[in-house]
Write a protein that binds this ligand. Structure first.
Ligand code: DHB
Length: 309
């Protein structure tokens, strides 16, 4: 089996495939199971100040081509994750703490306390699309800059930002200039494509309960959006800011496409929820075989090597 380890912001990952924040990573049991699995890291659910039950069910549904969710940040609250991090660190892989919040103050309080537990990295989530009445911070560059500058001051471990998808080069450029003024160490791209709507024509209904059926889209159908965002930021930072690619990974070939666009590693959400923890071994096997067949000795050897016509 090929060595699929990678290094991001100075941290070694035993495999370049890990869970996406939100997927099977809320409870202690789920996080420990990720530790025992072939996942290349343990990424936590985005944590808030207080524990949360999340939105009413049904709040996740898969369909041909992907998934829609409006979970509403169900999580144990940051103090529970702070207590868990020492145990999670005993697995031989990085721990990535995903931090969310409802105000700048929340983000700073949580990031500061979690940083003290020394997760290997912190991912600041600027892109939860599912809180009624709360626009995603990541669609407001000024608010994002203010918040990230404050969080950066209290975080000493490598700090990354999880961004929503952007659909215009002007937005990529604007966000990249902003990120250049904040010292971020990596990007996680992309969060779910927010506020889609899935309709069941048979029952003539929406398929999830919160927000009238609107929710974040994931899975195969968002892959081109994810690849475009990985590629756009890779180019804007001239390959010098590590990127974790997320969105539409179902096969080893999908991982390879993210790597070609510039990702150093990938995260899996929908396919992990649908297939379970065995997905990591399958994707490693498929990616290893594909890289060998193509003559690449490692994931890093093909990073960013996408050819243009
Ligand atoms: C939720 C969904 C997201 O896409 C996210 O980034 C954070 C939280 C959620 O609804 O729980």
């Amino acid at each position: 089996m090929m060595d699929l380890s990678v290094t991001i912001a100075g941290v070694r990952f035993p495999s370049c495939v890990m869970n996406a924040a939100g997927a099977l990573c809320v409870t202690r049991e789920e996080l420990v199971a990720l530790g025992r699995s072939r996942a290349g890291a343990i990424v936590t659910k985005s944590m808030t100040l207080e524990p949360r039950q999340g939105n009413p069910e049904p709040r996740y549904k898969s369909f041909p081509g992907g998934s829609i969710n409006s979970m509403g940040l169900p999580n144990l609250g940051y103090q529970a994750y702070a207590q868990l991090i020492p145990e999670l660190r005993t697995f031989q892989k990085p721990v990535i703490a995903s931090v969310a919040g409802f105000s700048e103050e929340d983000f700073v309080t949580i990031a500061s306390a979690i940083n003290a537990c020394r997760p290997d990295l912190i991912e600041v989530n600027l892109s939860c699309p599912n809180i009624p009445g709360k626009p995603q911070i990541g669609y407001d560059a000024e608010a994002s800059e203010r918040l990230l500058k404050r969080v950066r001051k209290v975080v000493s471990v490598p700090m990354g930002v999880k961004l929503p998808p952007y659909f215009d080069p002007a937005h990529h450029e604007h966000m990249a200039r902003m990120l250049g003024r904040v010292e971020v160490d990596f990007l996680s791209l992309i969060n779910s494509v927010g506020n889609g709507l899935v309709v069941d024509s048979e029952t003539e209904t929406v398929v999830i309960k919160p927000k009238g059926g609107f929710g974040g889209l994931g899975g195969t159908l968002i892959k081109p959006v994810a690849l475009a965002n990985v590629r756009a930021f890779w180019k804007l930072f001239e390959g010098r800011l590590p990127i974790i690619g997320t969105g539409g990974v179902v096969s080893g070939a999908d991982v390879f496409e993210h790597l070609l666009c510039g990702a150093s590693a990938v995260q899996v959400g929908t396919v992990l929820v649908e297939e379970g923890l065995g997905v990591f071994e399958r994707l490693e096997t498929e990616l290893g075989a594909l890289l060998r067949q193509k003559g690449y000795p490692s994931p890093e050897a093909c990073r960013g090597k996408l050819k243009e016509l």
